[in-house]
Design a protein around this ligand. Structure first.
Ligand SMILES: [Fe+2]
Ligand SMILES: [Fe+2]
Length: 199
């Protein structure tokens, strides 16, 4: 359903849950960045796409609510963890793929957002399954449903702005780049990194 070219092995969830505080902290920053990205999209592209006003405002509010939920989960369980060093190689890699081939245009921006949402959804699904019967399973289950909706929102926006043929052709190219990128990233207790090889 998500159309991703690289399928994260289920064992990824076990690996990242070895350091649950680090995973939650990275997740917290992802939600904040998602909210900031929605605000930025509205600021930059809102003047020419009026529909963005409600869509991106609602999205930013929802992502901020996710951030608050993650923050509550962290504070209920752990002392506030040390922040991860450096930005996200995943997001930087995606931006590079978009800029190289698409000159960083609005179509690529929408599709990169759709891919980040799709990858997040895929991984929340794995976390929900891995934690079945435990407190955080329902939390990840709800986030899975929410990020699937965001994935669809960005693809629909891309199709609405650029037409089905152009948007889906470009989405396939970027899906391939995203798949290569995430498969090549090192394993880390973060939302969008690689999976350690299983012997
Ligand atoms: Fe979110
Ligand atoms: Fe999202």
């Amino acid at each position: 359903m998500l159309g991703l070219h690289y399928e994260t092995p289920a064992v990824w969830a076990q690996q990242v849950l070895a350091d649950p505080a680090a995973l939650l902290l990275d997740h917290y920053f992802c939600e904040l960045k998602a909210a900031a990205m929605a605000h930025r999209t509205l600021r930059v592209h809102g003047p020419k796409v009026p529909a963005l006003k409600k869509l991106m405002t609602d999205l930013a509010n929802e992502e901020m609510e996710h951030a608050r939920q993650v923050e509550r989960e962290i504070r209920a369980r752990y002392p506030w963890p040390a922040a991860p060093k450096g930005g996200s190689a995943y997001v930087q890699g995606l931006r590079k793929a978009a800029a190289q081939e698409g000159n960083g245009n609005f179509l690529d921006m929408l599709l990169v957002c759709s891919l980040i949402e799709a990858r997040s959804a895929e991984r929340f699904r794995l976390l929900a399954d891995e934690l079945k019967g435990q407190a955080l399973s329902g939390f990840y289950e709800d986030l899975y449903a929410s990020e699937v909706n965001h994935y669809v929102l960005f693809v629909d926006l891309a199709v609405g702005q650029y037409g089905e043929a152009r948007a889906t052709a470009r989405l396939e190219e970027l899906r391939a780049a995203e798949g290569r990128l995430v498969a090549g990233l090192p394993p880390m207790a973060r939302m969008h990194y690689g999976c350690a090889a299983v012997k």
